[in-house]
Design a binder for this molecule. Structure first.
Ligand code: XUL
Ligand code: CO
Length: 439
């Protein structure tokens, strides 16, 4: 059965179009820097926000009434969600999806029954994947919602909870492999703490690393060759999440010798919560060689929590695509819309408007970023700005030829070469010009 009967396929109509159900900038086959847009952007739908989020918040229940959620049988609901999800992705021209284990199938009376439920729904998903050609970008485990994870999963003080989380990850990895997923994500969930008065951070971090090591070993054992990813976030649900930001995750991975096994899944709103820009987190991951994938959304600068809004800020998407292009583009990664419609946008058509907004803003950001890179606007400026390290004393520093004594002698003899302006406002104007003028 078709769930979005009144809505056809969303096509590219160009910037002049007034059709709200059309792309104005996302033109999947248009070639940008030698590659079709769809291969640069690798858009993915998040199963949880799109098909399980019903619009509830701390003050009220769900507002969304979905035809595919009508049955009293949770397995029927799960199956119909699969059909609705694939109809949606097909119409939206979204080539990938991402999921948590709990998003796709209902909980059973125990782990065994839950896993059986998952297996049954996976069969339905596989049929739809074969029918449509839509692929899995990544799978993950929800080891944070259930009450047993009150003290964390891999960082729980309760070893039986650690074991349960491991069992859940094992299953989710198997399922991700079965669905041909090209990445597997670890977001910390409740891996963090509320108060150090009851927390042994040392043992919690060691245990978390043990869990990740087991995941690496198991991936190898079952032949899952997808990229393992960690998604940083500084707070929410716990006051202090261990995977705070790109820098702290990298330090953690290096301490435990896991840095070659994981890359990062950078989420825009998590960057904001960490008091960083989205670009900062992408840039940090890129220069350290660990930029894996992206959770595309945006936060609200006036609110201190994860609002997971669809990305509509052209500056953020331009600078994000700039970093992604500089990284050489995605390999296994992609742009997963970890974004949800507002509670008041409760009609089915709002899902389409939301994804169109996000996809168009990223498509346009891609084109602006490509032009900025082709013209080497910022890259030339930076090259010149750091040119003192390409010759003379600067080159000696870089080549490791000098120490404090030689540098003291240099300073005594030569003093300071005058500094030059950083030209921030000039560069910001150029960025604007490219955003305004890119066709
Ligand atoms: C939570 C979040 C998650 C992860 C996957 O803030 O972003 O949805 O992306 O668990
Ligand atoms: Co996310």
């Amino acid at each position: 059965m078709a769930y979005f009967k009144d809505i056809g396929k969303i096509n590219y109509e160009g910037p002049e179009s007034k059709n709200p159900l059309a792309f104005k900038y996302y033109n999947p086959d248009e070639v940008v820097m030698g590659k079709p847009m769809k291969d640069h952007l690798r858009f993915a739908m998040s199963w949880w926000h799109t098909f399980t989020y019903m619009g509830s918040d701390q003050f009220g229940v769900g507002t969304m009434v979905r035809d595919w959620d009508k049955s009293d049988d949770p397995m029927e609901v799960a199956k119909e969600r699969v059909h609705a999800a694939f109809e949606f992705m097909e119409k939206m021209q979204i080539p990938f999806f991402c999921f948590h284990d709990v998003d796709i199938a209902p909980k059973g009376k125990d782990l065994k029954e839950t896993n059986e439920n998952i297996d049954k729904i996976v069969e339905v998903i596989k049929e739809e994947m074969a029918r449509t050609g839509i692929k899995c970008l990544w799978g993950t485990t929800n080891a944070f919602s259930d009450p047993k994870f009150v003290h964390g999963a891999g960082t729980s003080n309760n070893a039986s909870v650690f074991a349960y989380a491991a069992a859940q990850i094992k299953k989710a990895m198997e399922v991700t492999k079965e669905l041909g997923g090209v990445n597997y994500v670890f977001w910390g969930g409740r891996e963090g703490y509320e108060t150090l008065l009851n927390t042994d951070m040392g043992i919690e971090l060691d245990n978390f690393a043990r869990l990740l090591r087991m995941a690496v070993d198991y991936a190898e054992e079952i032949g899952f060759t997808g990229q393992l990813l960690i998604e940083p976030k500084p707070k929410e649900p716990t006051k202090h999440q261990y995977d705070t930001d790109a820098a702290s995750v990298l330090a953690f991975l290096r301490k435990y010798g896991l840095e070659d096994k994981f890359k990062l899944n950078i989420e825009a709103n998590h960057a904001t919560l960490a008091m960083h820009t989205f670009q900062h987190e992408l840039h940090y991951a890129r220069v350290n060689g660990v930029l894996g994938s992206v959770d595309a959304n945006q936060g609200d600068y006036l609110l201190g929590w994860d609002t997971d809004q669809f990305p509509t800020n052209i500056y953020d998407t331009t600078l994000a695509m700039y970093e992604i292009l500089l990284a050489g583009g995605f390999t296994t990664g992609g742009l997963n819309f970890d974004s949800k419609v507002r509670r008041a946008s409760f009609e089915d058509v709002d899902l389409f408007y939301a994804y169109i907004a996000g996809m168009d803003t990223f498509a346009r950001g891609l084109k602006v970023a490509a032009r900025l890179l082709e013209d080497k606007v910022f890259e030339d400026f930076k090259e010149d700005r750091y040119s003192s390290y390409t010759h003379g004393i600067g080159k000696d520093i870089v080549d490791g030829k000098v120490g404090f004594k030689e540098l003291e002698a240099y300073a005594l003899e030569n003093g300071i070469t005058p500094n030059k302006s950083g030209r921030q406002e000039y560069l910001e104007t150029i960025l604007n010009q490219y955003i305004f003028e890119t066709k």
